[in-house]
Write a protein that binds this ligand. Structure first.
Ligand SMILES: Cc1cc2nc3c(=O)[nH]c(=O)nc-3n(C[C@H](O)[C@H](O)[C@H](O)COP(=O)(O)O)c2cc1C
Ligand code: SF4
Length: 679
């Protein structure tokens, strides 16, 4: 029996009983391999959800299905095929005792990447503020209301247990209608709060009329907007004036939504202008929305879900017992590990692979184009390549059991060892140091990377559980290769060093050393390299009362492929908040007498319309600036260690992880996983 009796108690949403308090949060699954044009899920799409139902999740809320017909799938494109196609999803989830709600979306208004999409008023587009989205017509609003009712009816006819309206949340279209700063209309859909709420009110009323009063309708809801202005979010704990919805108005809105007929509020915080609230990166505190959602719950009697970096069952259990929330919502944690609920139920928390809030495999990925299909890429997870590939990437027994060596006990090496061992191979894992984890140990050393440290522990436990023969303090020499059928070379990468004048000083240190020792505080620090690690070190040191300058040779910092907007925006806001100075187009010339000489080059920059920004253009200027630095921290990337690989290169030798090419954790894990499936 589980230790979490409240979490594993049933709850009712309208008339529908959910077997426990664990809800899978909606996460957009609209790539062509997973969603049909009629808005239903393909077999692969449905099986991705069914896997999470099988893992013990009580309520599956699917990712948004678009409402307005267009180039994306839409739930009203063909309701007949929709009803037919969704039955597989419904039956599959019901088989495991889970209930399914689908989320129907009015889409994005000014938060769309397409400035032609309608918004409540002509408003600056989030992604290209130089353009305004146009005002939606009243006829369009009425049409949307009708389509919501038709879509919900199709869902009901397909046997789906309820619908969720997307969204008075996150700065999407309906949220923009409800917020005065975004809604400047003078008709019956603008002005007073009643008018601003008219659109979501008409939607729920139309659905109830079409589907019956007892058909559950949830609404995705942001308690606070956490927004300072267009494109400006408020960091946790920051003193700011709310531009969007504050808690006083939020309580009134929530009550009115309940009165209008909504049966549940699925809550967190934020808008697209403060995207790190609804999509909390690793820099956000755990359970970042819990106290705000708890405050809101005081205003309503319908069930309330809370989501956002919320994967602590003890905290959730207590919050339910205290009446702060009714259900815990988890999105990404269930991508990383679909069996969380069952593992909690069985008191096997150590077996859970923890989401590290990186967004590389999920949020950032679903907006990338897959050039093979010309559609967007599938949702997945950096740590779990099998996510949304349940019918393809299974770990199956190897036809021939082999003797396998894995050289290097970093994450890529451990992933290859884990998969090979699960497939029945006999695996020796060579690690020349005394500890498993490799370069991920310093990478996980930041105070805010507790989940990364948990991931290392998870891998170490996997080595034991899968009976990998771990050989610590053991160098693999090239002659050893002959003893094995297959060899994985996961020898990692070495930090790049700079030969700049004065960089032989002990005051000049490298990222790994700084992260491992955590001994810098209350100093002037210059960081050379404004990539992800450099910027994260800047954040870490700024929190430790350092005055930090980042020197970046490119025109921008954070040139990181696949970095999600939420993570990028939050780091940029953090850098501003802590007054970290960023010198772009700059290189370090020397370090001498406690000062770094930085050569900064400025170019002529056009205005946002690509025209002259001044009357007389400035041309190229090179200026040397001297920046005081008690310590210089160098973070300028890695070079792969391929010596062993070249010495033993053969068909049965596989180069993986940073040793192949230094990249992010996702590349390391996916490369190791897919290679290990093939041997
Ligand atoms: C890949 C991805 C897609 C998402 N799509 C949606 C969506 O379609 N509708 C929605 O309301 N929220 C969406 N979200 C937000 C999640 O529902 C959830 O609130 C968020 O991930 C924070 O919860 P977590 O920390 O448990 O992941 C999405 C999040 C991710 C990572
Ligand atoms: S890709 Fe990163 S953020 Fe997304 S689910 Fe996986 S670990 Fe979590």
């Amino acid at each position: 029996m589980s230790s979490y009796s409240n979490l594993f108690s049933p709850v009712k949403i309208g008339n529908v009983e959910i077997k426990n308090r664990i809800a899978m949060m909606p996460m957009g699954v609209f790539s062509p391999r997973l969603m049909n044009q009629d808005g239903s899920y393909t077999k692969d799409g449905a099986d991705y959800y069914i896997e999470r139902a099988k893992g013990g999740t009580g309520l599956i809320i699917t990712g948004l299905v678009p409402l307005p017909p267009g180039h994306l799938p839409s739930i009203v494109n063909n309701v007949e095929t929709y009803v037919e196609n969704q039955r597989y999803l419904v039956d599959g989830c019901h088989k495991y005792g889970a209930k399914v709600f689908i989320q129907i979306s009015a889409l994005s208004g000014r938060s769309s990447t397409n400035p032609a999409d309608p918004a409540p008023s002509a408003l600056p587009n989030v992604f290209d503020p130089s353009q305004n989205n146009r005002e939606m017509t009243v006829e369009e609003i009425h049409k949307y209301v009708e389509m919501f009712a038709a879509g919900a009816k199709a869902a009901k006819d397909a046997g789906i247990d309820g619908v969720e309206i997307h969204a008075v949340h996150e700065g999407y279209l309906l949220d923009q209608f409800t917020i005065a700063a975004f809604n400047h209309r003078t008709d019956e859909y603008g002005g007073s709060l009643e008018n601003r709420l008219r659109f979501p009110t008409e939607i729920v009323q139309a659905i109830k009329k079409a589907c019956g009063e007892d058909y559950p309708v949830s609404v995705r809801y942001s308690v606070y907007s956490k927004t300072k202005g267009f494109n400006r979010g408020a960091l946790p704990g920051e003193d700011y004036e709310e531009f969007g919805r504050d808690i006083e108005e939020s309580k009134i809105v929530a009550r009115k939504l309940q009165e209008a007929g909504y049966d549940m509020l699925d809550c967190d915080n934020g808008t697209y202008d403060a995207w790190y609230w609804p999509h909390p990166p690793v820099y956000m505190p755990a359970a970042c929305n819990l106290e705000d959602v708890a405050e809101l719950r005081k205003a309503v009697t319908i069930p309330v879900i809370c989501a956002g970096r919320f994967d602590d069952p003890a905290l959730a259990d207590q919050a339910i017992a205290d009446g702060k929330i009714d259900m815990m919502g988890m999105g990404r944690p269930l991508l990383a590990d679909p069996d969380m609920a069952n593992k909690w139920m069985e008191d096997r928390e150590d077996d859970i692979r923890p989401c590290i809030s990186c967004h590389f495999g999920c949020l950032a990925r679903i907006f990338q184009i897959d050039y093979a299909t010309r559609g967007t890429k599938d949702i997945s997870c950096a740590l779990n390549p099998r996510c949304a590939m349940e019918n393809h990437y299974n770990i199956t027994p190897a036809q021939k059991k082999k003797k396998v060596a894995v050289v290097g006990g970093g994450i890529a090496g451990m992933e290859a060892a884990r998969v090979c061992a699960l497939r029945g191979h006999a695996v020796d894992l060579y690690e020349k140091t005394g500890v498993l984890g490799g370069v991920f140990i310093p990478a996980a050393a930041f105070s805010f990377k507790e989940h990364d440290r948990r991931l290392i522990e998870w891998y170490r436990k996997q080595m034991k559980d899968t009976e990998v023969n771990v050989l610590l303090n053991t160098e693999f020499v090239k002659e050893d290769a002959a003893k094995y059928d297959e060899v994985f070379v996961a020898t990692g990468a070495t930090e790049n060093k700079l030969k700049t004048q004065g960089f032989d000083s002990p005051q000049v240190r490298y990222a790994v050393d700084v992260l491992m020792n955590q001994d810098i505080h209350d100093q002037n620090v210059v960081i050379v390299g404004g990539g992800l690690t450099g910027c994260e070190i800047a954040y870490d040191l700024a929190m430790k009362n350092c005055k930090v300058t980042i020197v970046e040779q490119l025109p921008e910092i954070l040139n990181v492929e696949g970095l999600a907007k939420a993570n990028y925006d939050m780091l940029r806001d953090i850098i501003d908040y802590y007054d970290v100075k960023v010198m772009k187009n700059s290189t370090v010339e020397k370090y001498e007498d406690g000062k770094v000489s930085v050569l900064e080059t400025t170019y002529n920059t056009p205005n946002i319309n690509e025209r002259a920004i001044t009357i007389s253009l400035q041309g190229i200027h090179k200026i040397v600036k001297e920046i005081p630095a008690d310590t210089v921290v160098v973070s300028v990337g890695y070079t792969e260690n391929q010596e062993l690989y070249h010495a033993i290169q053969a068909e049965n030798v596989h180069l993986i992880g940073d040793a192949d090419h230094p990249a992010n954790l996702m590349a390391a894990i996916w490369g190791a996983y897919t290679t290990a499936l093939e041997v």
